[in-house]
Design a protein around this ligand. Structure first.
Ligand SMILES: [Zn+2]
Length: 358
């Protein structure tokens, strides 16, 4: 006989390893109710109906016996409780209405429902990340920056030496290098420092010159800190990819949970590639991308067409940030053109200027 102290103790309902371990109440809730054997086989800590911690005895249903209920009473039982509202499975234990769900579902349908719901949310979030990436790709100030730390070596006694140098690389919209510099972090003459490394003061001046005033896109807070330690560069925490990239990937695992991590791109040009993919502009050719980054200023553009169409085009241009703010959008009628109107608008020459809020 098993003594109460020697039986397995589970700390959560999810930890119970086999489906045949049920409480006394769960035995009674079977569609063919049963009565458990006298001694519990295990114990679980859960919460009672009021949410307070409680310990429940678990009995192995394989050792149970049929309850005293007769056929008449069993046949009168409402079978809806034991029917999955999706696949129609007739479940032995009651089909549960789980948290966040509105229907009574079998375990498989509950899992499918959780996965589909999570994937739906992921799609919405992906759209938000795409909007951010398009804004960044369209911003002529954008630059993608990566700081690579040189490997730290150990002394003969096993002590970890200081990081000898970092390499800062930055790429523009076309993936072309804006900056590549190796910065010495230890004393001059240290043999671990690459020969072409510059000192921190030189690096600070160079980084400020190339990246100052630009919109810096980096991987995570550690990367940002590594850069801002070297030079007083302003980096907006919202322009980091470590949460945005997994959010855009929108992966849901086989339990219906969102996957919130992924490998870092680890290079400036790969940060750009990730952003371009998120923006869904990978088919834009190099010329298009260069246009986004050159020819600053504004230019007058005439839109000619039907009244509704010209208004519509101007509205779209304004929405995506192409129109210079306060552009007068009153149309004028084109003489002898069958009712066509002309809308004269002022557009940013360097692609999209970005929303006026930034
Ligand atoms: Zn089902």
């Amino acid at each position: 006989m098993t003594t109460p102290d020697s039986i397995p103790q589970y700390r959560h309902w999810d930890d119970i390893p086999v489906p045949t371990l049920l409480t006394r109440t769960q035995h009674g809730d079977l569609d063919l109710p049963r009565v458990p054997a006298a001694n519990p086989s295990a114990r679980v800590t859960g919460t009672d109906l009021r949410g307070k911690p409680a310990t429940y005895d678990l009995y192995d249903a394989r050792n149970s016996t049929p309850s005293k209920s007769g056929p008449g009473r069993l046949l009168a039982m409402d079978q809806a409780v034991h029917t999955c509202e999706d696949c129609g499975a007739r479940t032995e234990r009651p089909a549960a209405v789980r948290h966040g769900q509105t229907r009574r579902l079998c375990p498989a349908c509950a899992l499918v429902d959780a996965i589909v719901t999570a994937q739906g949310r992921a799609r919405v979030e992906r759209a938000a990340q795409t909007a951010w990436a398009r804004e960044v790709m369209a911003d002529p100030r954008s630059v993608w920056v990566h700081v690579d730390h040189a490997r730290r070596t150990r002394t003969a006694t096993g002590r970890l030496r200081a990081c000898p140098a970092v390499t800062v690389t930055a790429a523009d919209h076309a993936g072309l290098p804006v900056l590549r510099t190796i910065v010495r972090l230890v004393a001059a003459g240290n043999t671990e420092v690459p020969p072409n490394a510059v000192d921190q003061a030189t690096a600070a001046a160079l980084i400020t010159e190339r990246l100052g005033g630009r919109r810096v896109i980096m991987w995570d807070a550690f990367q940002t800190e590594a850069l801002t330690c070297l030079a007083p560069i302003d980096v907006d925490g919202r322009d980091r990819l470590d949460t945005r990239l997994p959010s855009w990937r929108g992966l849901v695992d086989t339990t219906g949970a969102r996957v919130w991590t992924c490998l870092p791109p680890d290079r400036a040009d790969r940060l750009l590639v990730a952003t371009a993919r998120m923006a869904d502009t990978t088919d834009a050719d190099t010329e298009h991308r260069e246009w986004l980054n050159s020819g600053r200023g504004a230019t007058v553009v005439d839109i000619t067409g039907g009244d509704d169409d010209t208004h519509r085009i101007a509205t779209i241009l304004r929405a995506v940030g192409v129109l210079v703010d306060h552009t007068d959008t009153e149309p004028t009628r084109v003489p002898d053109a069958g009712g066509l109107v002309r809308l004269r608008v002022l557009c940013h020459r360097d692609g999209i200027g970005g929303p006026p809020t930034r």
